[in-house]
Design a protein around this ligand. Sequence first.
Ligand SMILES: NC(=O)c1ccc[n+]([C@@H]2O[C@H](COP(=O)([O-])OP(=O)(O)OC[C@H]3O[C@@H](n4cnc5c(N)ncnc54)[C@H](OP(=O)(O)O)[C@@H]3O)[C@@H](O)[C@H]2O)c1
Length: 269
Amino acid sequence: MSDLTPPRTVLVTGASAGIGKAIAEVFAGEGFDLVLTARRQDRLEALAADLRQRFGRRVTTLAGDLADPAAPARIVEALSTAGITVDALVNNAGYGVPGKFTDTTWEAQRDMVQVMVMALAELTHRLLPGMIERRYGRIINVASVAGLVPQSAGHPLYGASKSLVIQFSQSIALEGMPHNVFTTALCPGFTYSEFHDVNGMRAQVSRLPSWMWMDAGTVARQGFDAVMAGRIICVNGRVNRAMVFLARHMPQWLVMAVVKRVSGAYRRV
Ligand SMILES: NC(=O)c1ccc[n+]([C@@H]2O[C@H](COP(=O)([O-])OP(=O)(O)OC[C@H]3O[C@@H](n4cnc5c(N)ncnc54)[C@H](OP(=O)(O)O)[C@@H]3O)[C@@H](O)[C@H]2O)c1
């Protein structure tokens, strides 16, 4: 960004850990001011202090639970009251509910979809018109390789939600592109973060070979570069791109058999 351009502001959801925290660091390093949101206020404050100190950015924190259907409207209202214009949006907050669909409560499944689909779509719906009007916007929707390959037993709504996010992003990208609003569906595979601690699968996924894993900083940098370049789908890393390619081109019965076998090694159902 040139010194003459007023700093742009990015809103990052799920900024208290993992990929969201790493994306916040990349945007700060690129000269953006930031609004950070997640449930854990102490984590957000610690990151905000770090970004202010390292990059001299203006950082605002807004703690909230995106499982609450009122949260997106509340966030946008708080930003408007504070006079903050959002130029870039990173819809990153997410998690998986492990175990069999029938062994989990409906409320747990509903909340996951609320966080990963409804809040993402509502924040986009509320913030996109302003971006179009100002003729500048960048939106990263953090999806997953899981949205591009067939699903195994367990996580039935996780992969489906991520597929929806990818298709949603494609459509939003086309709507925004003539107005200099770029949208990217970022599709990481296994990434070091707190994700597998939260869903209780750390021990199982630790058995996976290191070449299947990426670090959150690399995923974040690739996401930033992709959205700035106007790439609509960004699958992180050669291994993940190869998996997606094979899943698309092999017979589906064979893909399903491979997915069942491989996921049996790490997924608890
Ligand atoms: N790690 C992977 O292997 C992987 C692979 C593909 C895709 N992804 C996707 O990447 C995104 C980030 O995950 P991650 O790997 O960085 O996991 P993470 O380290 O567990 O971070 C998840 C973030 O989401 C926030 N969050 C969770 N539930 C929330 C809620 N109800 N309301 C508001 N914020 C909430 C968490 O903050 P609080 O707990 O403070 O609220 C945290 O900041 C997710 O969308 C995930 O599906 C991850």
